[in-house]
Design a protein around this ligand. Structure first.
Ligand code: ZN
Ligand code: ZN
Length: 168
């Protein structure tokens, strides 16, 4: 069966336009009634996908999507996120949130880094984000310094063609 929600998010990612919230809620109710999804988690993913779209714009390189809301001095975007399970609020890195919502991985990346293949710390484009151990993430610094990706075992190569000079 075709996953309507996946198509919906694919369209959102491609167009960078905000979707019609009414259509969005209809899809969610349909899938929840059919037992296809957990309503609370899907509502969380939709809510924060919209926020990520709202708080980011296409970068000068035409590909990355950079955060234009609050950023840390280090350059990483941040956002206050309400946990769908406990209701608690936490300040979260925007790129980490983006990986979680676009890959539906709320509970499965604990203890791992979300790395930027593009080396742009403010980028929240899901295609430029990968989950890996901290040591692998750190090893990417060398690639930026040398201007050529050195390879990262089973993890994807850096996308240095999109990098700006931020040591990311
Ligand atoms: Zn990027
Ligand atoms: Zn690399």
């Amino acid at each position: 069966m075709i996953n309507i929600t996946k198509i919906f998010f694919f369209k959102l990612e491609m167009s960078h336009n905000l979707p019609d919230l009414f259509v969005c809620v209809l899809i969610l109710n349909f899938e929840a009634k059919c037992g296809i999804i957990s309503y609370n988690m899907e509502a969380f993913y939709v809510k924060y996908s919209l926020k990520i779209a709202e708080y980011s714009v296409v970068a000068q390189n035409g590909v990355c999507r950079v955060w234009v809301n609050h950023c840390r001095t280090s350059g990483y975007g941040v956002i206050n996120v309400q946990c769908p399970l406990t209701g608690a609020w936490n300040v979260t890195n925007a790129h980490r949130l983006s990986y979680i919502v676009f890959n539906r991985q709320y509970n499965n990346i604990n203890g791992l880094d979300v790395s930027h293949l593009c080396h742009n710390r403010s980028c929240v484009l899901a295609e430029h984000l990968v989950v890996e151990p901290h040591a692998t993430n750190s090893s990417r610094t060398k690639c930026l310094l040398r201007g050529v990706c050195q390879g990262h075992g089973p993890h994807p190569n850096c996308l240095l063609q999109y990098a700006v000079n931020n040591n990311g």
